[in-house]
Ligand binder design. Structure first.
Ligand code: NAD
Length: 290
């Protein structure tokens, strides 16, 4: 049986639902508007921003990219955020990470108006998620929950192992999995975890978000496991024109035959992240202009 969980197809269905909802919304109001702040000329960041802009336009969300040089001061960047906060025509604000080293990323995130924080990284939104009254859920964990709902009838009581404890993936995902509407039993593993394999082997669900190619191998999982591979890693590949290929954290070919369901990289979590960001932007517009 094919265990491949097709993130592209599932993301497409989420985007179609969002496009239909945006169409109804825009019938009697200006379309939802997203402001994207891009600092510096990091090629991966520029490419992510292009992808988000294209996807927004496809569902009828209007987006504006505010590009700033990497030399921008923190003060100037915070001023830009405050201007966007005060602009009634802006529903959602997204600051593409990472930011240059001289800028305090947390100061920037905390300056975003929480009601426009479509990435869900503001402490108020992360706090609300933790206490079970979420407003904006970070897009990658939200997308992972949709993938899990498609793969499994019920998460209640399932043993879920999250590998990675970042603020943007691991921690919010653990919070979502343990909420009352999911009811999974959650273990969070990280770089200091002893015997990672013992945890993953005992799991019904493994979510790998460490950014380490081949971290999860076939001998580390049990038959019937559901695997979500969040990792995006570049590995050298001379056979490709660009000299590298993208892989996840999981040895897909060896793990897939054992798995009930598994996401590929690319084509798994990545498309879901963008789809959920668009959904959050629509939600911001609906909420702000209700
Ligand atoms: P991060 O670097 O902030 O965190 C990595 C986490 O993995 C840390 O908590 C660390 O403790 C843990 N870790 C590292 N090595 C480990 C090991 N050997 N064993 C167990 N745990 C280990 O990363 P992040 O921002 O959460 O991203 C993780 C990966 O997911 C990256 O590859 C990133 O590119 C990818 N990512 C993908 C999407 C998407 O949309 N598909 C979105 C966000 C991040």
């Amino acid at each position: 049986m094919d265990s491949r969980l097709d993130g592209r197809a599932i993301a497409k269905s989420v985007r179609t639902a969002t496009r239909n909802a945006v169409e109804s919304f825009s019938a009697h109001a200006d379309p939802p508007a997203l402001a994207v702040v891009l600092v510096g000329d990091h090629p991966a960041s520029a490419s992510y921003v292009r992808g988000k802009k294209r996807a927004a336009s496809e569902v009828g969300i209007q987006s504006t990219v505010h590009r700033r040089d990497a030399s921008i001061s923190q003060h100037e960047l915070l001023d830009l955020i405050r201007t966007l906060n005060a602009d009634d025509a802006v529903d959602g604000i997204l600051v593409q990470l990472p930011l240059p080293d001289h800028i305090d990323q947390y100061a920037v995130i905390e300056t975003i108006d929480p009601t426009k924080d479509v990435d869900g990284f503001h402490p108020q939104n992360l706090g609300r998620l933790l206490i079970g009254t979420p407003q904006f859920v970070p897009a990658t964990p939200a997308g992972i929950m949709v993938l899990l709902e498609r793969a499994l009838d019920d998460l209640a009581g399932a043993r879920a192992v999250v590998v990675g404890r970042s603020n943007i993936v691991g921690k919010p995902l653990a919070a979502l999995l343990m909420q009352r509407d999911a009811n999974a039993t959650v273990t969070v593993c990280h770089s200091r975890t002893r015997d990672l394999a013992a945890h993953t082997k005992a799991a019904d669900i493994v979510i790998a978000a460490a950014g380490r190619p081949n971290l999860i191998t076939a001998d580390m999982v049990s038959d019937g496991v559901t695997v979500i591979d969040v990792g995006i890693n570049r590995v050298d590949d001379d056979s490709r024109e660009r000299g590298y290929r993208l892989v996840g954290d999981v040895d897909y070919d060896a793990v897939a035959p054992k798995a009930h369901a598994i996401t590929p990289v690319p084509g798994g979590v990545g498309p879901m992240t963008i789809a959920m960001l668009l959904r959050n932007t629509l939600q911001a517009a609906q909420h702000r202009r209700a």
